[in-house]
Design a protein around this ligand. Structure first.
Ligand code: HEM
Length: 504
């Protein structure tokens, strides 16, 4: 019998045997395992029954918080849809996982996002990742950070002016805004201008009461991915979240269309410039670098890779900072005494610097630095980072088999009482002293660390300086504040605040 027929004839039996072995193993697993502790793992579904109520609320972060509190710095968890992972909240081990070549980027999460972010730097692995990172890194060098500083000033003032006019036009001399909506618009405009020299005009759209289609589409992407976490793979088609579902294809098409427009606009400008990029050397922005690499024939980014990077940067550049800024405002509204102390510092240092804030003197706002870091400690918007073990490793006295996934649970690491006094309290003053090495990693660590972290640090500080200099923020009572795990962590229904002008 030809080989192909033999395979076809035995395939059903082989599949049935494999399924039976998987089920049998899952029954035996709890009895055989002498690995790290963790919640009871039911056959096939693992800890899914215990996690279901959290998943239903998209609050899986609370489930993992609880697991890590109960079982300590290493815990074994298996959730049917997400497989087995060893969850870590030990600083030294976290550092090793993120920085040592024994651990490589896991493809698990990428399986949930690949149709949207396949060619984005944060999804790439191996040699392609290395080529992309090397090409794009210079677009985050000192010259660009200075440019990012100027852009931060522009977008912060644009938002502050818009709110100021809205307050002047109001009868009560105060307004209620959903800060998240405005921060999404601001950070979208920021990444457009700072990395792509492109104008989205998202702040102006929102002021006019119009939706920005690009932002709406990215929001929808996060909702599709959020649902993929909750729904078993084989049900994605029924839930309209499968990569081949018409709604998902439509959404992808719209995003690709927007990205194409940005790329086409630049290609047109290049054509008008005799085929050359508009800037050269260290001045080239991210898009220049992506396009020059494809047109000069030395190192080649395919059209898909260019589109993938643009898509990824629009997302990574706005979703992360807008959530963190919203969480910072949430904390400041909840702690008026901290907001007042911060406003006092901003007034004092701003006047000392005569309003001339630069990349270099920005850290003279010391209390602000503590507020931003403390926000990122308590509410890291990337809750966890997962890596795969290339060979068996010893970790905290346990032997972890090759191929396993190890997840640094950043939230639990950032609240581990071994490293933080009063870990659940918001104390900006704690940042007068450096943290224990490895215990604070909101931007990751090692070779995959956040390429945009310096830009984000500048942007977030500028926004808070300009807003707190001009406004006081107070609680808006008629809202239910809920935290949610999407692709990033944030506030489910945004965060409304009352905005009032400050007297100087
Ligand atoms: C508060 C703001 C931000 C936070 C908390 C944050 C967090 C992170 C984290 C934790 C990683 C590591 C991922 C991993 O190890 O797999 C990462 C990677 C990345 N971030 Fe950010 N990020 C922020 C802002 C930004 C901005 C503004 C940009 C773009 C300008 C950006 C672009 C990226 C990219 C492209 C990667 C992938 C890097 C690589 O794999 O080489 N991020 N970010």
């Amino acid at each position: 019998m030809p080989l192909i027929d033999t395979i076809q004839a035995h395939a059903p039996t082989a599949l049935a045997a494999a399924a039976a072995a998987t089920v049998a193993y899952s029954f035996l697993e709890p009895l055989l395992d002498n690995g790290p502790p963790g919640p009871y793992l039911w056959p096939v579904v693992g800890a899914l029954p215990q996690a279901t109520s959290y998943l239903r609320r998209s609050a899986i972060h609370e489930f993992f918080d609880m697991v890590m509190k109960q079982y300590g710095p290493i815990a074994k968890v298996r959730l049917a849809n997400l497989g087995t992972a060893y969850m870590i909240s030990d600083a030294e081990l976290a550092r090793r996982i993120l920085t040592s070549p024994e651990f490589v980027r896991s493809k698990l999460i990428l399986g949930l996002t690949h149709d949207f972010f396949d060619n984005a730097l944060f999804s790439l692995t191996g040699e392609r990742w290395r080529v992309h990172r090397k090409m794009l890194q210079p677009a985050f060098g000192p010259l660009h950070l200075r440019h990012a500083t100027a852009v931060s000033e522009v977008v912060s003032k644009e938002l502050a002016d818009a709110w100021s006019e809205m307050i002047d036009a109001s009868t009560d001399k105060e307004i209620v805004v959903d800060s998240f909506e405005f921060f999404k618009a601001l950070t979208f405009d920021f990444i457009g201008k700072a990395a792509f020299t492109h104008e989205f005009g998202a702040i102006q759209s929102i002021v006019r009461g119009e939706a920005n289609q690009g932002l709406k589409d990215y929001d929808e992407v996060t909702f599709v991915i959020q649902r993929r976490f909750r729904v078993q793979r084989f049900l994605w088609g029924f839930a309209n979240i499968d990569p081949s579902s018409p709604a998902v294809l439509d959404l992808r098409g719209r995003i690709q269309g927007e990205v194409k427009n940005v790329v086409l606009e630049r290609r047109k400008q290049m054509a008008e410039n005799g085929g050359k990029p508009l800037r050269s050397g260290a001045e080239m922005d991210l898009l220049d670098r992506l396009l020059i690499s494809s047109s000069d024939g030395t190192d080649v980014f395919s059209e898909d890779e260019i589109a993938g990077e643009v898509t990824g940067f629009f997302f990574a550049g706005h979703d992360t900072t807008s959530n963190t800024l919203t969480l910072a405002l949430y904390v400041l509204v909840k702690h008026p005494e901290i907001q007042e102390k911060l406003a006092q510092e901003i007034d004092r240092v701003y006047e000392e610097l005569k309003g001339n804030i630069t990349t270099e003197n920005m850290y003279q706002f010391r209390y602000l630095d503590g507020v931003v870091k403390e926000t990122q400690r308590l509410y890291p918007i990337v809750s966890a980072l997962t890596r795969q073990v290339t060979a068996p490793v010893e970790a905290l006295g346990y032997r972890i088999p090759a191929g396993s996934r190890m997840t640094v649970h950043i939230r639990s690491l950032h609240r581990n009482p071994a490293y933080w006094d009063r870990p659940d309290d918001f104390i900006p003053e704690r940042w007068e002293k450096p943290p224990v090495p490895g215990s604070f990693v909101p931007f990751g660590d090692g070779q995959h660390n956040c390429i945009g972290q310096k830009m984000a640090q500048i942007e977030m500080r500028f926004v808070l300086i300009h807003l707190l200099r001009r406004f006081r923020f107070e609680e808006y009572a008629n809202q239910k504040v809920e935290f949610i795990s999407r692709l990033t962590f944030g506030l489910k229904n945004g965060f409304k605040v009352r905005v009032l002008k400050r007297e100087h």
